[in-house]
Design a protein around this ligand. Structure first.
Ligand code: SAH
Length: 225
């Protein structure tokens, strides 16, 4: 199967600049996040060009396949900024979805291990990321509640959850390096955006910071093949 990569156009470049300005106004200050989002054509990831103008609206999530969404630009910027990423860090992402967030992380120099539970989305996005030459994006199909079996002995610098988790997944916390951080929206219908700093192996050494309200599609158990 070949992947259709829509060309970038001056109007998209202009919309991205405007989007980045709005992100600054909304409090995003991490220049590496802003640079990555200024560079990356978001319409590559959404599939539906009829919605292209909405895609660059900082506050719009847009529907993708399998009843899922591509997170709104503000959310992507906010979560990525909270990660305090440095180049070459390993990041485990829960919820590959469109692959946009994965590509933002790759643009920032991260090595990304990303998992998606919907098989059609997994296949499409894996192929797209490969066609775009994101060689540091490693895609897996499965339920990420306890991490992925192929990577069970690996420890990540960062974990980013892009769906709403009902509770804190302890199994995932165990796959963080000491000194690492997890950014995760926790809650059922609405969530709180938490950043957890792992300062030791014991849960009592996991420092939880609350960064405010969030709204995500739910983190579900089990695969959907
Ligand atoms: N990062 C994505 C956001 C996608 S929305 C983007 O930039 O487009 C969240 C995604 O999480 C959905 O695709 C959903 O299918 C997936 N998801 C939900 N529960 C999951 C689980 N337990 N394991 C893996 N993926 C999950």
């Amino acid at each position: 199967m070949s992947v259709l990569i829509l060309p970038d156009q001056p109007k998209y470049v202009a919309w991205r600049h405007r989007m980045v300005q709005q992100l600054r106004q909304k409090g995003i200050t991490d220049e590496n996040v802003l640079k990555a989002m200024d560079k990356l054509p978001r319409h590559w990831f959404a599939g539906n060009t009829l919605l292209d103008h909405i895609l660059y609206d900082v506050d719009q999530a847009v529907a993708i396949d399998c009843g899922q969404t591509i997170s709104k630009p503000y959310t992507v910027a906010w979560q990525t900024q909270l990660l305090q990423l440095n180049p070459f860090m390993s990041v485990f992402e829960v919820g590959t979805g469109s692959g946009y967030q994965t590509a933002v992380l790759c643009e920032m120099g991260a090595r990304v291990y990303t998992v998606e539970r919907h098989a059609p989305l997994f296949r499409k996005t894996k192929e797209l990321l490969a066609a775009l030459r994101y060689t540091h994006a490693h895609c897996f199909l499965g339920d990420s509640w306890d991490g992925i079996p192929e990577m069970k002995d690996f420890l990540y610098d960062r974990i980013l959850v892009t769906c709403g988790a009902p509770t804190l997944p302890e199994g995932l916390m165990r796959q963080l390096k000491v000194g690492g951080m997890m950014v995760i929206p926790v809650g059922t219908t609405e969530q709180r955006m938490l950043r957890i700093r792992k300062e030791g192996e014991e849960p009592s050494q996991w420092q939880v910071e609350d960064h405010g309200n969030a709204k995500f599609v739910p983190m579900l158990e089990g695969r959907n093949f």
